[in-house]
Design a protein around this ligand. Structure first.
Ligand code: PLP
Ligand code: COI
Length: 343
């Protein structure tokens, strides 16, 4: 595995969203009903049994959160407690042990500190992306929960997830679903992403950034994008985002619902977003940790491209939401209580 380049040689302003093998990651093992102490390690290869349930039966879940460098050169995490909580929910759904939130946050801090030189400089737009991961390991062949588990957090510097960054790109709908009603859509489990690979690839080949999935039961309502939740701004300035049991409860979504209401003075709504009623929106976007806020130029549905604000310019409300959110994350704007954890 190629090791990460020297930090001084990295082009921080033009980072994409690619794996990088940094010097340190955190690793803990669960066995006989408990987690071991866990430690930082330089070994980026996981050594697991061929009978690991993560490989056969998808007993694997993960998280995504970021560390931000501020103007005065401090480093901070954005709402890591929310990721810790969501990972516990995902683990319960897959019959895996949970990692206590304080240990999750402490491990994230350790990984950031140990790889501090890879946290992009303030002003470059880059961040250090943290990827917590839990997998079922040990030898198993029947369909049941694994006897042992690995929890790891690794990291890499990243830039924009969708190519346009804060410039609009187009999205498309798909024949395929990513998650079933009453399935695992609410959980951040590997299987949801496995099932999104084919539709995602078809979308990319057709020139779209990502799929906007429709509700699996009726295919009439927007659920979410493959890697982010959806929002729209109505013509009367309401921030609207879909409510569904088969979408991932996004930390960014929860944060923007709060900021739209309390900082921008917008009305907010979590409810149905019908795909044949997109005319009600003057702006739309995808929101998530990796995506940040990615404006959606248009959505393709039944051979028709519905354009929102513009295919080339970001709408004014989307831009304000972006400024408020990223201002808080990079420490330029005061955060609501409890959102920022200094490393
Ligand atoms: N939806 C999906 C399918 C995702 O993969 C993500 C990314 O984590 C999100 C939504 C956004 O969630 P969050 O804002 O917590 O990163
Ligand atoms: C994130 O935003 O953290 C994600 O997990 C999205 C994607 C990279 C899977």
């Amino acid at each position: 595995m190629t090791k990460a380049p020297e930090p001084s040689t990295i082009d921080w302003k033009n980072l994409g969203f690619e794996y990088m093998d940094l010097p340190f990651r955190y690793l803990a093992h669960w066995k006989d009903g408990q987690w071991d102490e866990g430690e930082l390690t330089e070994d980026s290869t996981l050594h697991i049994s061929e009978g690991a349930t993560a490989l056969h039966y998808g007993q694997a879940d993960f998280e995504g959160l970021k560390a931000y460098r501020t103007k005065n050169n401090e480093i901070q995490l954005f709402r890591p407690d929310q990721n810790a909580q969501r990972m516990q929910n995902s683990c319960k759904r897959l019959l895996m042990p949970t990692m206590p939130a304080d240990r999750f946050i402490d491990a994230a801090m350790q990984v950031v500190k140990a790889n501090e030189d890879f946290v992009p400089p303030y002003g470059t737009g880059g961040t250090l992306y943290l990827r917590p991961l839990m997998i079922g390991v040990g030898g198993t062949i029947g369909v049941h929960a694994a006897p042992e588990y690995i929890f790891t957090i690794f990291a890499m510097p990243v830039g924009a997830y969708y190519k346009g960054g804060v410039k609009p790109t187009n999205f498309t709908t798909s024949y395929y679903d990513r998650a079933a009603p009453h399935g695992t859509g609410q959980s951040k489990v590997g299987g949801n992403y496995g099932s999104s690979l084919l539709p995602g690839d078809e979308a990319h080949k057709a020139g779209y950034s990502d799929v906007v999935y429709l509700d699996p039961a009726t295919h009439t309502k927007i659920e979410e994008a493959g890697s982010a939740n959806f929002f729209g701004i109505t013509k009367d300035d309401k921030f609207v985002t879909p409510k569904s049991d088969s979408i991932l409860p996004s930390v960014t979504k929860r944060s923007l619902l709060f900021l739209a209401k309390n900082r921008l003075g917008l009305e907010t709504e979590e409810g149905d977003v019908f795909i044949d009623d997109l005319d009600r929106f003057k702006e739309a976007g995808a929101m998530g940790t990796a995506a940040v806020i990615a404006p959606i130029g248009g959505i393709e549905y039944k051979d028709d491209l519905h354009v929102f604000y513009s295919e080339t310019e970001v709408g004014p409300i989307t831009q304000k939401l972006y400024n408020e959110l990223t201002g808080i994350q990079f420490g330029d704007i005061e955060a609501p209580e409890g959102w920022i954890y200094k490393v």
